[in-house]
Design a protein around this ligand. Structure first.
Ligand SMILES: [Zn+2]
Ligand SMILES: [Zn+2]
Length: 136
């Protein structure tokens, strides 16, 4: 597991108690977390503080947000060298049974050929199916 202090330092984000708590929590997860998931795990932490912290983390490319179609934005920790550019993006997998969303870090985005004068600003590639746990 990566070190919280190290990540904040590399991404140039000031270390605060709440940032440490939220980032440490996110690093421990094997699936993407919604704001509600995080709130439910960190019950002693104020909701708006968690939300502000997530916003700071997204802005500084410590975490990325995922729209998986569930209606809840989910968050997962970025690779340390990630700049959230197109080349850094990867596919996500949404399990229709347990509603968990996973980062497929080993399945990077392929360069997509667009029609002339089209420009990508954002991309959310979500594959849906059954995760290894639900597919038993
Ligand atoms: Zn599942
Ligand atoms: Zn991801």
């Amino acid at each position: 597991m990566q070190n919280v202090d190290e990540i904040l330092k590399i991404k140039n984000v000031k270390n605060t108690a709440i940032r440490t708590i939220v980032l440490r929590h996110l690093l421990k997860q094997d699936k993407a977390q919604s704001l509600k998931d995080i709130e439910n795990s960190l019950i002693e932490t104020d909701r708006s503080s968690i939300f502000r912290t997530l916003k700071t983390f997204v802005e500084n490319k410590i975490i990325h947000s995922i729209e998986d179609g569930s209606g809840m934005t989910k968050y997962a920790v970025c690779a340390i060298d990630c700049n959230c550019e197109l080349k850094d993006l990867h596919y996500h997998f949404y399990c229709n049974n347990c509603n968990k969303t996973f980062c497929l870090h080993e399945v990077p985005f392929k360069k997509i050929k667009l029609p002339e004068n089209f420009k990508i600003q954002e991309a959310n590639m979500v594959i849906k199916g059954l995760c290894n746990n639900c597919n038993k």
